[in-house]
Structure formats: C-alpha cells, structure tokens
Write a protein that binds this ligand. Sequence first.
Ligand code: PMP
Length: 362
Amino acid sequence: MNKRAYNFNAGPAALPLKVLERAQAEFVDFRGTGMSIMEMSHRGAVYESVHNEAQERLLRLLGNPEGYKVLFLQGGASTQFAMIPMNFLKQGQVGSYVMTGSWADKALKEAKLFGETHIAASSKEDQYMRIPDLDNLELPEHTAYLHVTSNETIEGVQYQKYPATGQVPLIADMSSDILCRPVDVDRFDMIYAGAQKNLGPSGVTVVIAKEEMLAEQAERIPAMLRYSTFLKNNSLYNTPPSFSVYMVNEVLRWIEEEGGLSAIEQMNRDKAALLYDQIDQSGGFYRGCAEPKDRSLMNVTFRLASEELEKLFVKESEKEGFVGLKGHRSVGGLRASIYNAVPYESCQALADFMEAFQKQHG
Ligand code: PMP
C-alpha cells in the first residue's frame, strides 16, 4: 500500500485504517453471503443484524442511557436544522439557540422558517472565539427546547460543560465531536450528528434521543421529516443508507477495541496538546483563533501574520503530504481537524512541520 496521507480534512475525514481494511476484506463477499452488504435487501436478516448492532453498540458506548433510542436518517445534520423546529416547535412556543459559530447560525436560520426563535446567548461580537457564559441562563416562558452546537467545526470552539436547562429539553448538534469524549447523555433530550467526522462516511445522520420525545406525533409533517416515522419503523421505513450504517458499526467497534470513550478522550487530548503547544510556544508566529479555555479537541484553528504566509503554509504542507489544512473558506486561516481516527503520528508530523516552517519563515 502507498503511504497514507496526513489527513486533516474537516469532513468527510480520516477513518481508522483498521476499519477501511476490514471493510475491504468483506467488500465483495459479506460474511459468506456471496454479496456485498450494498447488494442485499435492507429487509433481510443479514442487513438488519448490522443495523441493530450499530444501534446497540452506540448506546453501549454511551453507557446504555435509559429510555433513549438511536435513529438513522438521511439529509445530513443540515436536515436536522429544519426537522427539529418542524417536529418540536409548536405554535406559541419559542425555540432557543446558543450562538457559538457558523453552524449554530445555520441551525437558527432554519428554525426561523417554522416559528418564533430566541437567542439565549451569543459570542458573535467576539468573532465566535469563545463559548458564551451560560451559568445563569434564563430562557423565555414556553421555550420548546434549547439548541447548542457542542463543537463549532469552522471556528474551533467546543463546550467544556453544558448549560442547566431545568425542564426545557436540551438538543445538541454533536456533528463534529460526537464520541470524542465521554458524555452524560441523560443531560440531553436529543443529540444528533452527521456521520462523516467521528462516526463513519457521509450518508447517514445519527440521532440519539429520548424515546418519548421522538414519539411525539407532529401533525402535517411529511413522513420522511417526522421522527416518529423512524422510531416506529426502526429507521427502516424506507431504504436506509446501508453501506454507511455498516461503516458506522465498524467505526464503533474500533472505538470499543481502542478502550472506549475515556481512552479515546485521552488520545484526543494528547493529539490536541501537540498542536496547541506548538502554537503557544511560537511566540506569536502562530495565533490560535479560539480562547484557550474553549479550544476544540477536534478542530485546531490558527492564523499566521498574513494571508500570504498562510497560503505558503498550505502549499508547503501539501508538498510534505499534509492534506486539508486550509481554513474554511468563510473564515480563512488554517485548520487542522484531528478527529478520533487521525493518528497521533499525523499530529506529531504536523507539529514538526510547524516548527520547521517557523524556523524558515519566522
Ligand atoms: N453541524 C456541524 C457542527 C457541522 O460541522 C456540519 C458539517 N460540517 C453540519 C452541521 C452540517 O452537516 P451535513 O453536511 O451533514 O449537513
């Protein structure tokens, strides 16, 4: 095999090599069936066992929280931005949002199409470089839910603790940091994530939610946009993205083999420290975008003195086999996405490259 790239893509992103190799080994003949998993009916026992195994594994990794169900949906996390208000924001109620960056902003925009919204807190005036203080959060009467974005993929800020919402349901977009560390699922009524960062390939969106919340029968909502459709049919109402679900199951198996979420968190902390230390020790050559207390374990965002120098950094890094270090087009700068599957060695190589680049251009 050719050397694997130092892959810092933001999503779709690096997958564990072990998972890719296992998928390759069973690609043409899935466990003696004479078919690929992609070629078989989603109503058959073989696919269904994979589907159910993925759900069970995910709940097990999360400590088997009581009363929660896992759904597999399509349309990406972006469709959740609309489905949440469609299903949960009733007339006379308010959907509350914490504004932490570009993705929270998109979620709010969609909610505005369906009902009344409220900004519970925002760090927009600080260019989203921190998570706003949520200690004494006050929510309007008739708040249907509070929506948070646990990790802002573009700005590189991540919640270190979640707000107390009392009786108000807490909903989290965990697209870019799900399973990066242990999480107290009981605090949330619903968690959702597009798979293509920490869970697998694109094509499936995972929802983990309280069953009673999903069962709520929303009226006049198309079947495919209603959570209860997926709950009642075990996410097999229509054809699911079967290959993506299979890959999610394999990624979850890999997380278990690595020792579960505490072990994954430690690896992520070690990887992130390599890069943040490099930034902090650079004497201002590299400038981290996020306030240190809210720095993301997943997306390390930083800048150089000029856009020209940033362009040069990207160009030279590509020559050395690094991929995906250009910041999101909306904010510029540089970004290293270091999701669960990005190996420590890649982060070490990047830290070394950063040091060499500074020596040459500092
Ligand atoms: N939320 C967050 C935090 C994201 O990072 C992304 C994708 N980068 C999305 C939502 C949108 O996800 P999708 O492309 O699956 O619609």
